[in-house]
Design a protein around this ligand. Structure first.
Ligand code: AMP
Length: 528
């Protein structure tokens, strides 16, 4: 039957397109020793060399390669080189512990690990813990700092750029990213070529992130977590100029970069925006030429939105998660709401935005019954669509129900126009500076301290970090365990930023009807 053509959606075609049509559009990288610039055509040449070099090391179709790296051009090249030879890029968050990283590498069955020199000590610790040996590749132009590692630049210098991307199915895995589990072990989400290309196309929609060739985009959101909100794909797809900040992510360094590189659109979690705004105000500097402020991961305050708008930046705030590739909505207001007073508009912008085509949302009650989208009923937020997880890697069961709905662990309201407002979390996690801390893990550690009878971990609202963990503890009768005892014991098992800020002692804890600790009541009591 006469019909339309069918072509598998493959990630590397994005870079081919950018190299052909936006050859000299810059990818600017700030490295420890200065700024380097490449056009998209250079990035493609280097990615093809890298693919050649990696196959020369014996890597091939289906092999997973891990990365522990900041946002820079070498990481971007690997985003294409690894799927380009048929492999799977497994991006790893360097802020988690060596044990967890080793666990993720083992589950993903990674064969190689490409890392920034900053992480050499971490890589050494990880390499000593993994079940299988890893080929180590240090992302440096200089001599390697880790004995046994190969130099990325030396590898690609010796490789030919004559490399044809491996062809395959659109349902092949492109990448992997792990998300925090509420009960300990992280869970791996495998993105397909199809989900990633569709997600990038969606991000380019004017209605979604409006990524375009008229923007210079600075992704502070890391390439090591959830594909930097898709920008590593949507920016080359649209031909947007990219400014990659490397490891210097403090307010002053970012403000300098905005000005020096004429950044128009920056994406970061509210903690990053807080640092940029505080620095700009302390130094009496403007945000110019920034026009757009993208934020997500945690909710901003109305005050933050007001400060950004006063600085001339239009705020775009939306919701997403590792399990949704990750962007899952739009932060733009509809025309009929743009005529509302600014304060009303800001109230909408602190909410988590509307859905875009390709991804459905619904609310259900605790019993699973669909709830109306009337802005009043709060329910468990479920999503389904072309870039929503179906099954975590190595999981025995699917992550969705029989109709394909994935339960996000967020609790929300949705109004008749589709605007969503998160009101709670059913997953027991605390989000600090965009990074997760498991309440259950904190509670288990506290309960392991002699003299602790009951423990509850809560996320205390924090101006800088969004939330900071605190512990509420009930002592066992006759025990005099102190805050210092508990925090000292916990700090042996946690990364520094995961250690609670304080321990509050109580005589008892409020319980729900089913006998669980009533964290809602505790929060109301402690943070009201
Ligand atoms: P992650 O998988 O680490 O990206 O985290 C996803 C989770 O972060 C969501 O399920 C929410 O709990 C939270 N989150 C993401 N975006 C927002 C937002 N805009 N406002 C509040 N919480 C958010």
């Amino acid at each position: 039957m006469p019909s339309m053509q069918f072509k598998h959606l493959r990630v590397c075609e994005i870079l081919d397109f950018a190299a052909l049509n936006h050859a000299d559009t810059e990818v600017v990288s700030r490295l420890a020793d200065g700024v380097v610039r490449h056009g998209y055509a250079d990035i493609r040449r280097r990615a093809r060399r890298a693919a050649h070099a990696l196959t020369g090391l014996g890597l091939g179709r289906g092999d997973a390669v891990a990365t522990l790296a900041w946002n820079h051009h070498r990481h971007l090249e690997l985003y294409y080189a690894i799927p380009g030879f048929g492999g799977v890029i497994h991006t790893i968050n360097p802020r988690v512990s060596p044990d967890q990283i080793a666990y993720m590498i083992d589950v993903a069955e990674d064969r190689a690990l490409a890392f920034d020199s900053d992480f050499a000590d971490l890589v050494k610790a990880v390499a000593a813990r993994v079940a299988r040996p890893l080929q180590l590749i240090e992302l440096t132009a200089g001599p390697v700092t880790l004995p046994g590692a190969l130099s990325y630049e030396a590898l690609i210098e010796g490789a030919s750029e004559d490399f044809d991307w491996v062809s395959g199915e659109e349902t092949d895995r492109f990448g992997l990213c792990f998300t925090s589990g509420t009960t300990g072990e992280p869970k791996g989400v495998a993105y397909t070529h199809r989900s990633t290309v569709l997600h990038a196309m969606a991000c380019c929609m004017a209605e979604a992130q409006a990524v375009s060739s008229r923007e210079t985009i600075l992704p502070v959101v890391p390439m090591f977590h959830a594909n930097a909100w898709g920008l590593a794909h949507s920016a080359p797809m649209a031909g947007a100029r990219l400014v990659l900040p490397g490891r210097q992510l403090d307010g002053a360094s970012l403000l300098d970069l905005i000005k020096q590189e004429r950044v128009t659109f920056l994406c970061g979690v509210p903690t990053v925006w807080q640092a940029i705004l505080d620095t700009a105000e302390a130094l009496g500097k403007s945000l110019e030429p920034l026009r757009r402020a993208g934020m997500g991961g945690s909710a901003p305050s109305e005050a933050m939105i007001e400060r950004l708008e006063a600085g001339g930046a239009d705020v775009f705030h939306a919701w997403g998660m590792t399990e949704t590739n990750p962007s899952a909505g739009t932060g733009f207001l509809k025309a009929k709401h743009l005529v509302e007073p600014a304060a009303e508009q800001r109230k909408r912008k602190v909410g988590q935005g509307r859905p875009i085509f390709g991804l459905e949302r619904r609310l259900v009650s605790e019993e699973g019954a669909p709830l109306p989208h009337d802005g009043a009923h709060a329910g468990r937020l479920q999503v389904r669509g072309n870039w929503v997880v179906d099954q975590y890697i190595n999981a025995e069961r699917t992550a969705v129900d029989s109709e394909g709905w994935f339960d996000t662990g967020d609790v929300a309201t949705i109004d008749g126009d589709g605007y969503m407002q998160l009101v709670d979390r059913s997953k027991d996690l605390i989000k600090s500076g965009g990074e997760w801390i498991s309440s259950i893990e904190l509670e288990n550690l506290a309960l392991g301290v002699d003299g602790v009878a009951y423990a509850a971990a809560l996320g205390k609202p924090d101006r800088k970090w969004g939330e900071r963990p605190i512990m509420v503890v009930v002592r066992r009768p006759g025990h005099a365990v102190t805050e210092a005892d508990i925090l000292r014991a916990m700090s042996h098992k946690l990364m520094k930023w995961q250690v609670p800020d304080a321990v509050v002692f109580r005589e008892g804890l409020p319980l729900t009807a089913v006998g669980k600790i009533d964290k809602k009541a505790l929060r109301a009591d402690l943070f009201a």
